[in-house]
Design a protein around this ligand. Sequence first.
Ligand code: TZP
Ligand code: MG
Length: 211
Amino acid sequence: MTLPDLSLYLVAGRPACSRSLEETVAAAVRGGVTIVQLRDPDGATRDLIADAGALLNLLRPLGIPLIINDRVDVVLATGADGVHLGQDDMTARDARTVLGPDRIIGLSVGSSGEVEGSREDLRHVDYVGIGPIRGTSTKADAGAAIGVDGFQKVLSLVDRPAVAIGGLGLGSVGPVIRAGARGVAVVSAICGADDPETAARRIREEIAAAR
Ligand code: TZP
Ligand code: MG
């Protein structure tokens, strides 16, 4: 597996988008999103599979990977590129057994304790998501913001590329990139924007300027 470009990682699902999911993702990739995660924790499984199929039709010709939040079964059913796991989901070790060596596996870690508890799992992971960096209303159980200092501390304990997530958008992505993030993951800064294409383009520019 070649590690995908994590620079601007869009996390999107029907409820998070102001417009339709496909319209939002299409605009966001025109603006420069490099990888997309389908995340709809309360969505019906068959809707999730339908959304994944529609997004794969859009993204595959562009060479942009589609990652599915939590659901290894949806990855298998749709041929998506990988799965993003939280601390309560299937372990990365089990996901690797099911998905094989070629799929992308990401894992969320939010503290040094979670890193220590994930040592064995981290061997099977291609990238980590670290956050929430700032306050966010997108995920009710995201936990307390860890800030850029917290990000740097967690990153120092993990030998995997990391995306920073949580409350990030234009004006706040530069510091996490300078702190060592390979990329930034956003929901509302793009999905909630009036113009997702321009929002994505401006965030890409801020990332480029910080590198
Ligand atoms: N995981 C940690 S924070 C978060 C997720 C999925 C939500 C991020 O959403 P936003 O709108 O970019 O703050
Ligand atoms: Mg999860």
